[in-house]
Design a protein around this ligand. Structure first.
Ligand code: NAD
Length: 505
């Protein structure tokens, strides 16, 4: 355990290196394999986390199944009250958890705190939602009949999460699933297990205070193999998986083969179109934040810039200048703009990139960069058809290209396998509306005069094509976590059949 983090880990209830996978599992922590959590900030070993064995998994599953029987009978607004208390608890631990997110994942302290704020915000959203799980009523075609639909909980929701948003994306799923009456089993990324355990500890104390079984919230830890137990398990009606498209294709196929439901939140390859009518004073900071923020490791990071030819050269110059001012270093130091990549494997991927480099990528070494995870963000000039432009490299690499008319810009924007986030910068109403129309962006998120990253929890989040098609967080995304039941009630003395069919006996 790293000494600087000691007090933070202790405040978050992480007491010992030899703990189990959740508070409920401590008793089983013998003879375990361990995940070692190293910080990309300074390559220190923060702590070791025991990996779930298959036996643990079965016990967690049994605990979750039992808890579901209690939880589904608690009225939704009362479940909302528990989630309200969870939100209050996260407010209390925001500083510590935010710092741990930043240190374990490598994002800036502001962004680490921002993730915890997202947990708090989705709790608030879920509390309101707990009184609004509405179904429709319909007029029956038969006399003295009534039809309506209601939503019931699904059961166990399996949540598989990625390293880059180690806690926020889990909370988008868990808080909504909980008010819907589901219980959750969370398999966090093997690269960020500690933040998950901290969340479990915070939740466990709220559940305990309310005499609710801890099995409402469960963690299993380990790599993809532990994830596979979950995806193949028919006791898990819904798998919500966030991560690479490679992972999503495997998970989606496994869940579909057993007729389960999956909610997939996969890779992005997000573009900003900058037209000749753009306000560059807001466009440039949006591009730079989108491309280098979180060291380019957001699913919504800006990876492609499609610039009108009339402003291409001047914008290029301004971008190169802006990149020269970037400060790269320890993300806990608020003066720095760019922190490390998650690990050295991620650094290797940067070296494989191509195009004509306007700002060269470089691995930084020396004082403060000992972890070997700090790279200089780069800009490359490319043609839209280059194969490197079609895939997502999870690093601060920005591809720039030019266009001559808006239809061409939209074609370039849409001509990638992914469909998560997109933006246009323009003050021209026709361009903006075309971008948002059925002939415009094909992405799940389409923004005007803001960048591609930094979504709010109130909207449904997700994307099309290889991004997986899932939607989570706000709007009516909750419907994915419930099963819809259509009810028809006959309060008359006859038995009329639908479609006027007669049947006499
Ligand atoms: P990853 O795909 O390597 O891993 C994500 C999670 O999936 C991990 O918990 C991992 O253990 C698990 N996993 C991997 N293979 C599995 C399998 N076969 N069965 C079950 N579980 C499996 O992704 P990562 O490197 O952690 O995260 C980066 C990726 O996540 C990027 O592609 C990014 O765009 C994407 N992402 C998408 C969103 C979104 O909302 N669309 C949000 C965050 C991250």
């Amino acid at each position: 355990r790293h000494f600087i983090m000691q007090s933070i880990l202790e405040k978050l209830g992480i007491q010992s290196v030899n703990f189990g996978t959740s508070t409920g599992l401590q008793a089983w922590a013998s003879g375990y394999k361990y995940l070692s959590s190293y910080s990309p900030v300074d390559s220190q070993l923060i702590a070791k986390v025991s990996e779930s064995t298959h036996q643990d998994y079965q016990q967690v599953m049994a605990t979750a199944q039992t808890a579901f029987k209690t939880w589904r009978n608690i009225p939704a607004p009362r479940r909302g009250e528990i989630v309200r208390q969870i939100g209050m608890a996260f407010r209390e631990y925001k500083a510590e958890l935010g710092k741990l997110v930043s240190y374990e994942m490598g994002k800036s302290l502001q962004e680490g705190l921002g993730e915890v704020q997202e947990i708090i915000d989705i709790c608030d959203f879920a509390v309101g939602l707990s009184r609004q799980l509405y179904g429709l009523t319909m007029h029956s075609e038969r006399p003295e009949h009534r039809m309506y639909e209601q939503y019931h909980p699904l059961g166990i929701v399996g949540i598989i999460s990625a390293f880059n948003f180690p806690v926020a994306v889990w909370s988008w799923n868990a808080m909504i699933a909980w008010v819907c009456g589901d219980v959750c089993i969370w398999k966090p990324s093997e690269k960020t297990p500690l933040t998950a355990i901290a969340c479990q500890n915070i939740i466990a104390s709220v559940l305990k205070e309310n005499q609710i079984p801890e099995g409402v919230s469960n963690i299993i830890t380990g790599d993809y193999q532990v994830g596979e137990w979950l995806t193949a398990d028919t006791r898990v009606p819904l798998i919500s998986a966030t991560g690479s498209t490679r992972m999503g294709k495997i998970v989606g196929a496994t869940v579909a083969a057993r007729m389960g439901k999956s909610l997939l939140e996969l890779g992005g390859n997000n573009a900003i179109i900058i037209t000749e009518n753009a306000d560059l004073t807001i466009a440039i900071p949006a591009v730079v934040f989108g491309a280098v923020g979180t060291a380019g490791q957001r699913c919504t990071s800006t990876r492609r810039l499609i610039i009108h030819e009339s402003i291409y050269e001047s914008l290029k110059e301004r971008l190169v200048k802006a990149y020269q001012q970037l400060r790269i270093g320890n993300p806990l130091d608020e003066n720095n703009h760019v922190g490390p990549l998650i690990d050295q494997k991620a650094v290797e991927a940067v070296a494989k990139e191509g195009g004509k480099m306007l700002v060269e990528a470089a691995l930084l070494s020396g004082d403060g960069y000992e972890s070997g995870c700090y790279v200089k963000p780069c800009i490359a000039e490319v043609e839209p058809h280059f194969s490197i432009v079609k895939h997502e490299t999870f690093a601060p690499i920005l591809y720039i290209m030019k266009y001559s008319n808006i239809e061409e810009a939209l074609e370039i924007q849409n001509d990638v396998p992914q469909g998560l986030s997109s933006s246009i910068f323009t003050l021209n109403m026709r361009e903006a509306e075309l971008f948002l129309s059925a002939n415009g962006s094909d992405c799940g998120i389409a923004n005007v005069n803001i960048g591609t990253s930094g979504a709010e929890i109130g909207g449904a989040f997700g994307g099309e094509k290889e991004t997986g098609g899932g939607r989570e967080s706000g709007s009516d995304a909750w419907k994915a976590y419930m099963r819809r039941q259509t009810n028809t009630i006959n309060y008359g003395k006859q038995l009329p059949l639908a479609q006027g069919i007669t049947f006499n006996i």
